[in-house]
Design a protein around this ligand. Structure first.
Ligand code: IFM
Length: 454
């Protein structure tokens, strides 16, 4: 496949997130985020590390931008660290934080790379978590204020905005399973966090539109292709539940203005939502967006199982703890995620059916593999090349099938701090030596550069 098999104007970019790459967590007035706190909880992170230094991108952004320009990317999706802008999640923006992102956006524009900014990629100011975090409605109001301040100061150099990254992870890994910051295990109450995140999206969308009418604004959901393991009624119900909580619980409010009743019922949260998710909230959450971002990595094959015992770890799928996730024997990445490129077309179609006129972007797709640096200092990662190639082909298939897919972003530009996995998982097409901070394009980066020129 060649780049010219994709339509003219199709955006090919790459993506990162603030806490995963920036480091400099205590510099220039940045406050603590929930990840600074969580990473210090013994046992929370597989290798016991933090993002204190990460890729030191805060001091090396010029080099990283040059790299993206050299590789030939059209766009770069980065995230803005809320606690760099408002250390405590409120008040006058920190000039040093704003200046950093302004310099970043300007240098991208100079290299012909379009900046795409995500406002929230999980680094909630700790001060807001201390007041209840996303379980509190007020956090959504604070988020809108932050969105206004950022748009006001950076809206002349950034046009493409994404409000939230993967609210499923923030709500259910953060407040249900506790695998992510803030590490709480509240079962179905985590769904309240999901609602406040979505309300935050709606309010931030309004703030961006008011502050910068020319802005293009969307949000990013992580969607999975979900299928039942067999043809029993139990397996079909398992698939309904997991599709419900992973996909429909976010797609429906954003694109249809309502929560799926069956999912509220699975969660046992119908009453709370009837009282708290007001018509006004849903009107805001479903206000028209300019595009939907979808992060796609894998497919889930699910079956009905028995109810977990009392010692079962807290689940990221409250109300559906009996569902079993089946390893099908298909190839997986180092994360254990099944490689299923056609699933990308499935999730694009699922979103498209709800909003036929809405442009879609794959805002993340990529793979972790245990890369090795060879004696010549090269990193040969053929499995990642295959993964990316197969997903570019899926993107072409989606376009050929008439789906309004307008771009695709590789996760990730460079190896970085992979949340609960610390530095033990590498998703980059550029290798980072964490001792020296040397960046070395892997074979996959050279493949992408050739593809972009083809
Ligand atoms: O690293 C993450 C990213 O922050 C959000 N989407 C999934 C990636 C891989 O796990």
């Amino acid at each position: 496949m060649r780049r010219s098999d994709l339509p003219d104007g199709f955006v090919v970019g790459t993506a990162t997130a603030s806490y995963q790459i920036e480091g400099a967590t205590r510099e220039d007035g940045r406050g603590d985020s929930i990840w600074d706190t969580f990473a210090r909880v013994p046992g929370a992170i597989a290798d016991g590390t933090t993002g204190d230094v990460a890729d030191d991108h805060y001091h090396r952004s010029a080099e990283d931008v040059a790299l993206m320009g050299d590789l030939g990317f059209d766009a770069y999706r980065f995230s803005i660290a809320w606690p760099r802008i408002q250390a405590d999640g409120r008040g006058t923006p920190n000039k040093a934080g704003i200046d950093f992102y302004r310099r970043l956006a300007e240098s991208l524009l100079e290299r012909g790379v379009t900046p795409w900014a995500t406002l929230y990629h999980w680094d909630l100011p700790q001060a807001l978590e201390d007041r209840g975090g996303w379980l509190e409605r007020d956090t959504a109001l604070r988020f809108a204020d932050y969105a206004h301040e950022v748009a006001d100061r950076l809206g002349d150099v950034v046009t493409d905005w994404i409000t939230l990254n993967e609210p499923w992870c923030s709500a259910f890994l953060g407040y249900a399973s506790g695998h992510h910051a803030p590490g709480r295990t509240l079962g179905s109450r985590s769904a309240h966090a999901a609602h406040h995140l979505l309300l935050g999206h709606g309010l931030a969308l309004e703030a961006l539109r008011d502050t910068r009418p020319e802005a293009r604004v969307g949000t990013t959901l992580n969607l999975y292709s979900v299928r039942p393991a067999g043809d029993s009624e139990g397996d079909a119900d398992a698939a309904r539940r997991i599709d419900g909580l992973s996909n429909r619980f976010f797609l429906d409010p954003v694109l249809r203005g309502s929560y799926p009743a069956d999912v509220l019922d699975d969660l046992g949260e119908t009453e709370w939502f009837a009282e708290n998710a007001t018509d006004d909230d849903l009107r805001r959450i479903s206000a028209p967006i300019d595009f939907l971002g979808i992060n796609y990595y894998s497919r889930h094959t699910v079956a009905s199982g028995s109810v977990p015992g009392p010692d079962a770890p807290a689940s990221a799928y409250p109300g559906s703890e009996h569902v079993r996730f089946i390893q099908t024997g298909a190839p997986v990445t180092q994360m254990g995620w099944e490689i299923h490129p056609d699933g990308m077309v499935d999730v694009l179609r699922q979103a498209h059916e709800l909003a036929p006129d809405l442009p879609l972007y794959i805002t993340e797709n990529g793979a972790a593999y245990p890369d090795r640096v060879d004696a010549d200092g090269e990193i040969d990662d053929p499995a990642r090349v295959d993964y990316l190639q197969a997903h570019f082909e899926a993107a072409r298939d989606a376009v050929d099938a008439g789906l309004p897919l307008q771009g695709y972003f590789i996760w990730s530009l460079m190896d970085n701090w992979e949340w609960a996995w610390g530095y033990s998982r590498r998703f980059g097409i550029v290798h980072v030596d964490y001792d020296t901070q040397k960046r070395t394009p892997k074979r996959s980066a050279r493949w992408v550069a050739d593809f972009l020129r083809s």
